[in-house]
Write a protein that binds this ligand. Structure first.
Ligand SMILES: Cc1cc2nc3c(=O)[nH]c(=O)nc-3n(C[C@H](O)[C@H](O)[C@H](O)COP(=O)(O)O)c2cc1C
Ligand SMILES: [Mn+2]
Length: 518
């Protein structure tokens, strides 16, 4: 298979370069009993991942459903159900022989397997394990350049390029087109510094040789796109559909600016990601991805993209002209698999993985900003891990709760399209929506506990920005930072909680537990 290349990537840091910001914080957590055992990621690509999920009995193969309607209909049912299997749709009529669509990868026991942890950890424990083992150390291992790989088993070039031949579904009835890019990522190179960014942005098929993609203002990929446009230069792009699930998860997460997502995945795996220099763009593409498109975006070429049923649960951005990717080549493995992650009204599959990954990153971000005493953080599923954040602290000084709340709201993970941040005491389980709301309604005082932040970073996808402001290009929103902790200066006189002590709870279980068994 792939052969090691002699050319090191000039753009990436040497193997295992320590991140200057990476002092490990909160190395262990009482919430994650399993987090001391080192995780182990059992797959390198999507096919190996499928074999692991199959061992768990969670793969269901279905033949002969249409991309026009059927796959989208199954998606709408399956993605709201954590217990639903991972579907592989085969023999989709009218598409390349052997091509497939994979849906609902992050559910059931395979969630923990995907991140390399035992299947019995709760989602809070999983998130905490993710943070302490991967994000706290944030090791970086540069990708390894190889000369060949299974991605080149099939090549379409020039006149042969036909993106419509792949089984990209019409995900929702009212979408403006077929979205081939959902569980995908775009590889871009910064025109100033040359660093490589991988980011997940939706990709719609325009026709056989062109696609549209949408990047919200402020994303790393958008900053790069804006630079190419300002220079009047064409932008090389590689779109990876069906990369390995771990690379996908990091491409849709808040990895620090200037750091390649490939390096983070290498650090998590403890070995480099194998990439090949794209023949046309020179961009690093995973040697074992399923489908990769290579092409260029010309600075002044735009076409209407969307609408697309988005992660907020709405069609919120108007039809708008977006850049066009002129596809110059498509590479794919034999019997290629398209990874599909179509957004549904929350909570859905996307919320499942985003809550686990982003909650870990959120706590990491808050601690790195120097806030002590953070005991847990949860980016709630109902807000797609963005619109509702909860942070628990063990209060140490006056103003501590506001500090934690403002930083959670404005750190890299919290800043984009948030709405409400609730800070609670450490007796509250932040991942339990009812406990958080109970703290909110009993420990906060609306007149004095809420700070408002105005003109914060949001997006055309935000359903609560007035149409007039959107038309004027103002995509900012406001935030509420809610202090739902017992007020610091009289916390000792706050009424006691009506719950049994741990000792009484243990005794009750011992004495009366049998009454609850069948
Ligand atoms: C399934 C899925 C689809 C996404 N689609 C988009 C999109 O169309 N546009 C966008 O700006 N962000 C989208 N995101 C979010 C970005 O991937 C995420 O903000 C990421 O951190 C951006 O990376 P970057 O800052 O390196 O550009 C999507 C995320 C997921 C999970
Ligand atoms: Mn990035």
């Amino acid at each position: 298979m792939a052969e090691e290349s002699v050319t090191p990537d000039p753009m990436s840091t040497p193997d295992s370069t320590p991140d200057p910001m990476s002092t490990p914080v909160g190395a262990t957590s009482p919430l994650a009993p399993g987090s001391n055992a080192a995780p182990s990621i059992a797959y390198d690509d999507l096919r190996q991942w499928i074999e692991e999920a199959r061992k768990l009995g969670e793969i269901r193969q279905v033949k002969n459903l249409s991309w026009q309607r059927d796959i989208g209909m199954v998606a709408e049912m399956a993605l709201h159900d954590d217990a639903a299997p991972c579907f592989i749709f085969e023999e989709v009529p009218g598409t390349i022989k052997g091509s497939r669509v994979l849906l609902n990868f992050f559910g059931g026991k395979r969630k923990n397997m995907t991140l390399g942890f035992p299947t019995d950890l709760s989602r809070l424990e999983l998130s905490d394990g993710f943070r302490t083992h991967y994000m706290g150390p944030m090791k970086r291992v540069a990708p390894r350049y190889v000369n060949d790989g299974p991605i080149f088993e099939n090549v379409m070039k020039g006149e042969d390029v036909d993106i419509t031949a792949f089984p990209a579904p019409q995900w929702h009835d009212a979408d403006g087109g077929r979205y081939i890019g959902t569980g995908c990522f775009n590889v871009l190179r910064d025109p100033d510094d040359g660093w490589i960014n991988c980011g997940t942005y939706r990709v719609m098929i325009h026709d056989a040789k062109s696609a549209g993609f949408y990047i919200s203002p402020g994303k790393h990929g958008r900053q790069m796109r804006d630079k190419y446009k300002a220079r009047g230069e064409s932008m090389p792009v590689a779109v990876v559909c069906g990369g390995d699930p771990m690379t996908f998860l990091m491409a849709c997460s808040e990895v620090p600016y200037g750091v390649s997502e490939y390096e983070i995945v290498g650090g998590m795996r403890g070995k480099p990601v194998d990439v090949i220099k794209g023949p046309l763009t020179g961009l690093p593409i995973p040697a074992n991805a399923e489908i990769v498109m290579e092409g260029f975006v010309e600075p002044d070429k735009e076409r209407i993209e969307g609408p697309f049923g988005e992660w907020t649960g709405y069609y919120a951005s108007d039809l708008r002209p977006e850049p066009v990717l002129d596809i110059k080549a498509i590479y794919h493995r034999n019997d290629p698999i398209l990874l599909g992650c179509s957004p549904q009204r929350p909570p859905d599959e996307i919320c499942r993985y985003r809550a686990v990954v982003r909650s870990g990153l959120l706590r990491e971000n808050i601690e790195r900003a120097g806030v002590p005493g953070v005991t847990a953080a949860w980016a709630h599923e109902v807000g797609n891990a963005r619109l509702l954040l909860a942070v628990a602290i063990s209060q140490r000084y006056p103003g501590h709760a506001r500090q934690a709340g403002h930083i959670a709201t404005m750190c890299h993970v919290g800043a984009y399209c948030g709405r409400y941040t609730i800070v609670v005491d450490d007796d509250i389980d932040v991942s339990n929506l009812e406990e958080v709301v109970w703290a909110l309604i009993t420990r906060s005082d609306p007149a004095s506990s809420i700070d408002i932040i105005r003109n914060a970073w949001s997006t055309p996808l935000d359903p609560r920005i007035e149409p007039e402001r959107k038309e004027a290009g103002d995509f900012t929103n406001s935030r509420a930072v809610i202090d739902a902790c017992r007020p610091y200066h009289w916390r000792d006189r706050f009424p006691a909680v009506n719950l049994p002590s741990p000792e009484r709870k243990r005794m009750a279980l011992q004495m009366f537990g049998h009454l609850f068994k069948n």
